[in-house]
Design a protein around this ligand. Structure first.
Ligand code: ADP
Length: 492
């Protein structure tokens, strides 16, 4: 069926930043533990004229891409998903070498990326193939159709270098937009492979363009008045900077979709099952070395179970395997880079200096000097409001509360302004209802861990300082990338 695409006339001759032979040459599949800590590749940043040209080409070709219709765009996204699966070994290797992911995390990430491509392909079919017929006064036919808005920029972080890179881009493409994509400066190779495979699948190069670089490249992209919108995932501060830049431009009022950080708490009352709490705290706080937007930063334990539950958590914490992410036995790998490690160590040192109780795991021999490893840490504090910034790594804070302080705990969590994930362990239905009604969070998890978005069934995203929504992988996401048109025809 892809042969049907041959009759489409594409208006631009694309050139493409990642066609640079030096850049491609870096993507060789190597997967040996001894490669850890070594240079994986070099990034060539996009030049100002490359950014301008990319947006020109993306603008010129957008009407053609939109005119292709939802069904054909869906076929192309599905063909890309097939190629992602066929190239899984290379993706997994890059996730480990470029992003330091454990094999389990790399597999989950690839799975999510493929799910995004297939789900948004389905959304392209559902929303963009048939106009919706609207009821109206007798004698008039009213229909609503959806189309791409124009050129979208996607700006993504390093912590999900594949899934969060491809998800927003796939949604924008599904809706009929063309895309210029800037991956995080730490993980351009994974992004380059993803874009290359999309092109191999038949998505024209001018339609989906890669613009590697750091924040300054992001700033140049988002200040271009021709952009119809930006889909961003990263820190709250950067989201604010992009929002200001979009507001200051001439040109259309841009759509801005932002997924930002969290100060994610879990509340555990004395009706909870301690074994289950232990398992879920360890997964929520330390899987992916705590480098998930959804990761648990704060644990509120009811006072009467505090010592006993913490002792169990400590036991499991003590059994975590830390080290080389290419080993199947590893639970906690490295953090992304030396800057991240330094910031986390500063946080722990400040708390120690303030006299707080700090439990730390010892790092295995060698890991302290050869890689960016941070020892998993638990720190006792009084309240979530003591945390001034997101600590993006394997650090969990713990505080105690009395049964009659539950509402105050929820108020404090809300007062952080973040609203991404919240966990609750309680067997009391009234408590569940109370927390659900009062907490201002995007994803609320009860009696389970609080990580792991699932495309279609558990879409993900926050509110307040945590982002604009809509939820990635959910039924309202792709619509945000589209514009609606109503046509009314008097048929009398
Ligand atoms: P993180 O803390 O996850 O690295 P950042 O917000 O710094 O979060 O980065 C997320 C993405 O935003 C990266 O791709 C980064 O290069 C990009 N970025 C950083 N600053 C800007 C900016 N001023 N304008 C546009 N993009 C930016």
């Amino acid at each position: 069926r892809l042969a049907e695409l041959d009759d489409v006339h594409w208006t631009a001759e694309p050139t493409f930043c990642s066609d640079d032979p030096d850049f491609e040459a870096e993507i060789a599949p190597i997967n040996k533990p001894q490669d850890l800590g070594k240079e994986v590749g070099t990034r060539r940043d996009s030049l100002p004229e490359e950014i301008t040209n990319a947006i020109t080409q993306a603008s010129d070709i957008q009407a053609g891409w939109n005119g292709l219709g939802g069904e054909k765009r869906a076929l192309l996204l599905e063909a890309a998903a097939d190629l992602f699966e066929q190239n899984s070994a290379e993706f997994l290797s890059l996730c480990q070498r470029e992003a330091g992911k454990t094999l389990v995390d790399a597999v989950l990430e690839l799975r999510e990326a493929v799910d995004f491509l297939r789900y948004y392909a389905g959304e392209a079919r559902r929303m963009f193939t048939q106009p919706v017929m609207l009821p109206g006064p007798t004698g008039e036919e009213n229909r609503l159709s959806m189309a791409g808005r124009g050129v979208f920029a996607t700006i993504s972080p390093w912590n999900f270098p594949l899934a969060i890179f491809i998800g927003p881009a796939a949604a924008a493409l599904a809706a009929g937009n063309t895309v210029v994509a800037k991956p995080a400066e730490q993980t351009p190779l994974i992004a380059a492979l993803a874009v290359k495979l999309c092109h191999q699948a038949g998505i024209p190069e001018a339609v989906f363009q890669l613009l590697p670089g750091a924040g300054d490249v992001g700033e140049m992209i988002t200040s271009d008045p021709r952009l119809a919108g930006v889909a961003f995932t990263g820190s709250t501060d950067t989201a604010r900077a992009i929002n200001r830049s979009l507001a200051a431009r001439e040109g259309p009022i841009a759509t801005f979709i932002a997924e930002t950080g969290g100060q994610n708490a879990m509340i555990v009352d004395s009706s909870a099952l301690p074994e289950q709490v232990t398992r879920d705290v360890i997964a929520s706080a330390f899987q992916s070395a705590g480098q998930r937007c959804s990761a648990q930063r704060m644990l509120y334990l009811q006072e009467d179970i505090f010592d006993e539950t913490l002792a169990m958590i400590w036991g499991a914490f003590d059994a975590l395997d830390i080290g080389d992410p290419t080993l199947l036995s590893t639970d906690v790998g490295p953090v992304i880079d030396p800057d991240a490690k330094a910031a986390l160590e500063r946080h722990v040192a400040r708390r120690k200096k303030a006299g707080r109780t700090v439990w730390r795991r010892k790092l295995p021999k060698g890991t302290g000097t050869t890689g960016c490893f941070v020892a998993p840490t638990i720190i006792e504090i009084d309240s979530i409001l003591d945390l001034k910034r997101e600590n993006f790594g394997p650090i969990l804070h713990v505080a105690r509360f009395k049964a009659d302080e539950l509402e105050q705990v929820i108020e404090d969590i809300n007062a952080t302004g973040f609203g991404l994930t919240l966990g609750l362990h309680s067997r009391i239905e009234a408590t569940r209802r109370l927390v659900e009604a009062k907490a201002k969070v995007g994803n609320f998890y009860v009696n389970r861990n609080q990580i792991g978005a699932v495309v279609e069934s558990q879409p993900f995203g926050g509110e307040g300082l945590s982002g604009t929504g809509p939820k990635a992988g959910g039924p309202h996401y792709v619509a945000r990338f589209a514009t609606e048109r109503v046509v009314c025809i008097d048929t009398t």
